[in-house]
Design a protein around this ligand. Structure first.
Ligand code: NAP
Length: 277
């Protein structure tokens, strides 16, 4: 990589940010496509978010990904909010076009593209979402927008599931249920943090009777690659998918906005291989 005065600058902001895979992902994409840009990680404390967004304009930075805890502030700080991001209620991608900051949300799109690639389509499906934290919101909005027949969210803290249901009703006119009533689901998505590396024995449910060989189980977690949730779903005969594809595709969708380009899908396998190496 040759950095010159013309090199476009991209970065991810978050707090903390050291463990982000985004720099590796975006620099790999740029390298594969031969683009003149560089992507770094910038630690931005919650109280510094306004100064950081003003700095994008002042420093002529081409684009920024915003991760926790900045996605909601980013929505109010950009000049133009993409209608999709408005629906998601957060912004994870800011593009500086001639000093005007445009905000996009690519998390829901990232999950959709990953599921589509794996042959898991939400349209017409009965979907159970486990968890109602920050990540469950784009998941539910995406499912509602992509034609799911039914969405049920269950969460340890019931009030958060109800809050999420109200949000999706307001943004998408879709009624998300907050009590599990059905004995079978076509798709079950783990949006809790149970099963992540530091807590890898944990599982968001003990009951897998709602899954069979016609179902799919999706976990937003990608480390470990197979959580207890995915292992037990696989043992029931369900198709399984971890969160790496969502991570890669939300990055690809952001990169497409940053560089005003289309990333060819044939680099996906190489990105996946190189990221887990
Ligand atoms: P979050 O806002 O902190 O929400 C955590 C969720 O997990 C909440 O629903 C919480 O329930 C539940 N939970 C946590 N500990 C629990 C326990 N002991 N028992 C039952 N439920 C528990 O986190 P998030 O941002 O939504 O992220 C959730 C997961 O998605 C993380 O593993 C994250 O790494 C992953 N993620 C992946 C991607 C990707 O690109 N693949 C993107 C975003 C997130 P309460 O509401 O009751 O606390």
């Amino acid at each position: 990589m040759k950095i010159t005065g013309k090199t476009k600058q991209l970065a991810v902001i978050g707090w903390p940010i050291e463990h982000s895979l985004s720099p590796r992902l975006h620099n790999l994409i740029a390298q594969k496509l031969g683009h003149d840009c560089v992507y770094t990680a910038l630690p931005v404390k919650p109280e510094d978010i306004e100064a950081a967004v003003a700095g994008i304009r002042a420093l002529g930075i081409r684009g920024i990904n915003a991760t926790a805890p900045h996605k909601y502030d980013a929505l109010r700080l950009v000049d133009v909010v993409d209608p999709e991001a408005e629906k998601y209620g957060s912004v994870n991608t800011i593009v500086n076009r001639g000093g005007v900051l445009y905000g996009y949300s690519t998390d829901g799109e990232g999950l959709y593209r990953s599921m589509h690639r794996a042959g898991i389509e939400p349209r017409g499906k009965n979907v159970l979402v486990l968890g109602a934290g920050g990540a469950a919101r784009p998941v539910c909005v995406m499912l509602a927008s992509r034609g799911a027949e039914n969405i049920t969210v269950i969460n340890r803290t019931q009030s958060r599931a109800e809050e999420l249901s109200r949000f999706v009703a307001e943004k998408c006119g879709f009624e998300v249920k907050t009590q599990r009533r059905d004995s079978h689901y076509n798709i079950v998505i783990n949006c809790t943090s149970l099963g992540m590396e530091h807590n890898s024995d944990a599982c968001p449910t003990e009951d897998f009777s709602m899954l069979d060989s016609t179902s799919a189980a999706v976990d937003l977690i990608y480390a470990p690659p197979e959580t207890v949730f995915l292992k037990r779903a696989r043992e029931r005969g369900a198709k399984t998918l971890n969160g790496l594809g969502m991570l890669i595709y939300q990055g690809i969708a952001a990169y497409e906005q940053f560089m005003d380009t289309e990333v060819p899908d044939n680099i996906y396998d190489e990105l996946e291989r190189e990221l887990v190496r």
